[in-house]
Design a protein around this ligand. Structure first.
Ligand code: UD1
Length: 333
């Protein structure tokens, strides 16, 4: 295997930072471009602390073409993993233009500058949200159904842009990675998910309740056609997800390749809460409330393609996800 110089946009964020660790542990070098709009510079130091290697960091906005061009001019880049983007579903409904601009222009700028510098490996951070209300398990060959929000649309549109760029230039190799529900943290407890304000997603909310920063979890509906009536999701440990990126990069061949990165296992909200309480020996009070608009009953992956083509499979279970999410939270603040 050859070691590469990888530009990681959004490398200070939740999934980006864990992927930097996995890349460096696999022998690659990492250049991070992140505007820190939803992350902290300290995370870069933590990545260095975990790996023992240096990271080149640029605090920049990847929608700015000249800035991105400067980075490509300075470094011999072999590949890009593009994470940088806005990701709050509710906010995307309030601020559609900000989401379309930020998430799509960044993809276009990176694809354009890649072409100029003849960088032909591009891994894109997509989401299972692009499947919409398809039947589970979601398979990569499914026709994509409309998503319910601008955030989801930015992922679907970016996938299409990169697919068209690859068609026009067969040397341009693209991997579109559709993430299911990333949770957990690096086992060191040094990096993890630290959303600002009141969290939207389940695991960060659960950890805040466990810390007594929020009074109780509101479970959005218990009348779905699922095992216990609560929503079912495919939670994946963020380090498994990070290692999935390394596998995608190392196995990248010409053309466009789409992979689900999940575990293939569905877990309900109440099952996750119970696991969290048991593993961490802490109570998480909850109440059942109305369904959240836009939520689907079940979302989990068919993971056979990634296993077959990338030789990658998630290794960590729900207990490790709950343990590591809590460890990071008890280390932080
Ligand atoms: C959400 C986004 C999805 C995005 C993903 C990123 C929505 C509608 N979808 O997925 O587009 O890619 O995050 O990780 O926001 N739940 C509660 N109480 C809470 C929070 C969540 O009961 O306070 C339930 C939800 O109803 C759902 C499950 O927990 O059944 C998971 O929710 P969440 O963590 O927000 O993820 P998704 O909705 O799957």
């Amino acid at each position: 295997m050859t070691f590469m110089n990888i530009l990681v946009t959004g490398g200070a964020g939740f999934i980006g930072s864990h992927t930097c660790v996995a890349l460096m542990q696999a022998g690659h070098q990492v250049i991070v471009a992140d505007n820190l709009s939803n992350s902290k510079a300290e995370t870069i130091d933590k990545i260095k602390q975990i790996t023992g290697y240096d990271v080149t960091f640029y605090r920049v906005d990847v929608t700015e073409e000249e800035t991105v061009d400067d980075i490509f001019a300075k470094h011999s880049i072999d590949g890009i993993i593009h994470f940088a983007g806005f990701k709050a579903v509710g906010e995307s409904v309030e601020k559609p233009l900000a989401y379309y601009y930020n998430n799509i222009v960044s993809t276009m700028v990176l694809a354009k500058v890649s072409k100029k510098y003849n960088v032909n490996r591009f891994v894109f951070s997509s989401s299972a949200t692009v499947y919409g209300e398809n039947e589970v398990p979601f398979v990569e060959t499914m026709e994509l159904l409309p998503t319910t929000n601008p955030y989801g649309e930015t992922k679907a549109i970016s996938e299409r842009i990169l697919t068209d760029v690859s068609k026009s230039n067969p040397d341009f190799s693209v991997s579109l990675l559709r993430y299911f529900n990333p949770v957990g943290a690096h086992e060191s407890g040094l990096i993890g998910e630290a959303p600002t304000g009141i969290p939207n997603n389940l695991m960060p909310y659960v950890t805040q309740v466990a810390k007594r920063k929020l009074d109780k979890l509101r479970v959005y509906g218990n009348d779905y056609p699922t095992v216990d009536g609560t929503g079912v999701r495919d939670y994946i440990h963020v380090m498994d997800l990070a290692e999935g990126h390394v596998a995608a990069l190392n196995n990248l061949t010409e053309g466009v390749h789409i992979y689900n990165l999940g575990t293939g296992q569905g877990t309900s909200v109440l099952q996750l809460v119970k696991a969290f309480e048991e593993v961490n020996n802490i109570e998480v009070p909850y109440e059942i409330v109305e369904r959240r608009p836009g939520d689907i009953a079940k979302c989990y992956a068919d993971v056979s393609k990634a296993r077959r083509e990338l030789n990658w499979i998630a290794q960590r279970g729900i207990a490790e996800m709950c343990r590591d999410a809590w460890r990071f939270n008890t280390f932080a603040d």
